[in-house]
Design a protein around this ligand. Structure first.
Ligand code: HEC
Ligand code: HEC
Ligand code: HEC
Ligand code: HEC
Ligand code: HEC
Length: 217
């Protein structure tokens, strides 16, 4: 066996190197496990710098998703609204309320509100909102009943297996386009039949949807 340590190294030094190796391995494992659970905190509401409530704005007030997430139908990325959008109402509504301090502060200092991300796919995965919205995949399939959430949580794991569950058989889930923003929509009993018709009508390329290159480009 080749000599790694000089023969005069004492036992303590040898063991501290082995011990250090074991410690490092354990640390790396712990970090990997931590990163994976951090990434997939399904069902845990994410705290935000301003206590904005979807349940109030989308649920009670019934404001359309597109009033704030303006790019969701036309772009890959669904934008989070800038403070201007809040000010279309809050320049008149509840002016000076302490709950809105973060909004007025952002407006006056021209600094965007630092919203925390709830969803964040790995960079090596391509995703597009418009491709789904325009092909009859409802917001609630992926995000759940946002209109009933105060702070938003991740409703589905959004792992590869979860994406593929639909990409392998979209007819099971695709709904009429006019129902995409209806978060209370439930699949009818004849979903498979209706889904197959819609897949054809929307010209969805079901055979290619599970190809690696669709999501990893
Ligand atoms: C009045 C503006 C407004 C409306 C209307 C609105 N949202 Fe939002 N949305 C926000 C803001 C601000 C955030 C960022 C703060 C947060 O996560 O709560 C956000 C965040 C989100 C997120 C989490 C984004 C992330 O970080 O991953 C989802 C999902 C979402 N909205 C979906 C919807 C859906 C679906 C609708 C329609 C039912 C909707 N929103 C209506 C303003 C709005
Ligand atoms: C279309 C109008 C509209 C828009 C746009 C809007 N809000 Fe509101 N918001 C309201 C109304 C109405 C209330 C309820 C006021 C009340 O309870 O009297 C409210 C209440 C709130 C409250 C609770 C205030 C309190 O008194 O507890 C917060 C926080 C809030 N909004 C944040 C936001 C943020 C952040 C945005 C931008 C992302 C936004 N709102 C955009 C209409 C709007
Ligand atoms: C097929 C599943 C799916 C559907 C349908 C869907 N989303 Fe998303 N949404 C995602 C994923 C995945 C992400 C994370 C994207 C990323 O990290 O690149 C996301 C992120 C977001 C974000 C954060 C900003 C962003 O783009 O990263 C907002 C806001 C959002 N979605 C709103 C909506 C709204 C509003 C609808 C309905 C009109 C909707 N989503 C429909 C899967 C979906
Ligand atoms: C409930 C069904 C469903 C789920 C869940 C779903 N997709 Fe899709 N996806 C579709 C449909 C339908 C299309 C449209 C196919 C077409 O245009 O032919 C599509 C298209 C795509 C495209 C092609 C976009 C383009 O511009 O060509 C990508 C990329 C994609 N999905 C990624 C994802 C990822 C990543 C996830 C998981 C985070 C996901 N999808 C979850 C149904 C789904
Ligand atoms: C519908 C979209 C989609 C398709 C199609 C797809 N993937 Fe993925 N892939 C993902 C998502 C989402 C992740 C997870 C990213 C994350 O955890 O944040 C992923 C992760 C991975 C990873 C990283 C390992 C892991 O488990 O996190 C590898 C490797 C991979 N995919 C390979 C493939 C190969 C090979 C194919 C074709 C057989 C394929 N993918 C098809 C969406 C897809």
């Amino acid at each position: 066996m080749p000599q790694i340590l000089p023969p005069n190294a004492n036992t303590f030094a040898k063991w501290s190197i082995i011990g250090g190796g074991i410690f490092l391995t354990a640390l790396v494992c712990a970090l990997v496990i931590f990163a994976r659970t951090e990434e997939n905190r399904v069902g845990v509401p994410v705290e935000q710098p301003v206590g904005f409530q979807h349940s109030l704005h989308s649920g009670e007030l019934g404001i359309d998703c597109r009033y704030c997430h303006t790019s969701v139908e036309v772009a890959a990325y669904a934008n989070v609204p800038p403070t201007e959008v809040c000010m279309t109402c809050h320049s008149q509504i509840r002016v000076g309320a302490p709950q809105l301090a973060g909004v007025y502060n952002s407006w006056e200092t021209e600094t965007p509100i630092a919203w925390n991300k709830v969803h964040d796919l790995a960079d090596f995965v391509y995703f597009s909102h418009s491709a789904h919205i325009n092909n009859g995949v409802g917001c609630n399939h992926c995000h759940g009943r946002v209109d009933q959430m105060s702070a938003i949580w991740k409703a589905a794991p959004q792992t590869m297996g979860w994406c593929l569950e639909c990409h392998r058989n979209p007819a099971r889930y695709v709904r009429p386009r006019e129902e995409v923003f209806n978060l209370a929509y439930e699949a009818p009993e004849n979903q498979l039949e209706l889904g197959a018709q819609l897949v054809k009508a929307y010209d969805i390329n079901a055979d290619a949807l599970a190809n690696c290159s669709i999501c990893h480009r």
